[in-house]
Write a protein that binds this ligand. Structure first.
Ligand SMILES: Nc1ncnc2c1ncn2[C@@H]1O[C@H](COP(=O)(O)OP(=O)(O)OP(=O)(O)O)[C@@H](O)[C@H]1O
Length: 226
């Protein structure tokens, strides 16, 4: 695959107490594509994702971004470059425009409209309170809030597992649009059908170790029944 290297993990181990969450993982993750981290429950998908913006720290080994070790100092600056959207939409304010301005207080109305459009929400949402949003709308608003700060990478941890099928599809379409526009997306998911629909590359983990990695079309794990 001709993609550029974005993240490099070298011999990364994460231990918590006696548990080994990731076991000497060495891999490269590409820029400009959607990579799905797959594998059974407990395989280490969320742990790997959270290493990439220093929500987790390796016990041993190194994570590099564009060839450089993740910065020690300014974690917030890193998290603006590498944003994370979790499984459950967590909204922090009462009104949609305020939500979009959480990390970007100077956001103009025009920029707010563009962000909503990017995630497939109508501009009329700008008059709405966050309390009345559906799960799918709330999750897409979380995506828009993460995009407002101009990240280079979005990390998505099971972003549709709390959603009904229609909302999940809307979020998937949003992800594909964002990747087509040049964003890198790294997605932790146990949903094989979803990975078939949206992933360009797949890294399969089992018990904290990579067992397959490559273009989605070449990964046998995606050919299993779902
Ligand atoms: N602080 C901790 N102490 C001990 N074990 C932990 C800790 N945090 C996570 N684990 C364990 O590490 C393993 C990997 O967890 P992780 O959340 O990365 O897996 P996952 O592949 O994302 O799973 P799921 O699909 O269920 O979300 C799990 O067995 C989990 O119970």
């Amino acid at each position: 695959m001709a993609s550029d290297e974005l993240f490099a993990l070298d011999q990364v181990t994460v231990r918590r107490g006696r548990a080994v969450l990731l076991d000497e993982v060495t891999c490269r993750l590409s820029a400009g594509v959607c990579t799905a981290l797959m594998g059974p429950s407990g395989a280490g998908k969320s742990t790997l994702l959270r290493l990439l913006n220093r929500l987790e720290e390796p016990t041993a080994g190194q994570v590099r971004l564009h060839g450089r070790p993740l910065p020690d100092g300014d974690v917030l600056a890193l998290r603006r470059r590498v944003g994370l959207v979790g499984q459950q939409p967590v909204l922090l304010t009462d009104h949609v425009p305020d939500e979009l301005r959480v990390g970007r207080p100077d956001l103009t109305e025009g920029q707010a409209r563009t962000l909503l459009e990017q995630v497939g929400l109508p501009a009329a949402m700008l008059t709405r309170q966050t309390a009345g949003l559906s799960g799918g709308e709330a999750q897409r608003l979380c995506l828009a809030r993460a995009l407002a700060v101009g990240p280079e990478v979005l990390l998505l941890d099971e972003p549709t597992s709390a959603l009904d099928a229609a909302s999940a599809k809307a979020v998937e379409q949003t992800v594909r649009r964002l990747v087509a526009a040049g964003l890198t997306v790294i997605l932790a998911s146990h949903n094989i059908a979803q990975a078939r629909r949206i992933a360009d590359e797949v890294l399969v983990l089992r018990a904290g170790k990579p067992v397959a990695h490559g273009a989605a079309a070449d990964i046998d794990y995606l050919k299993e029944e779902s």
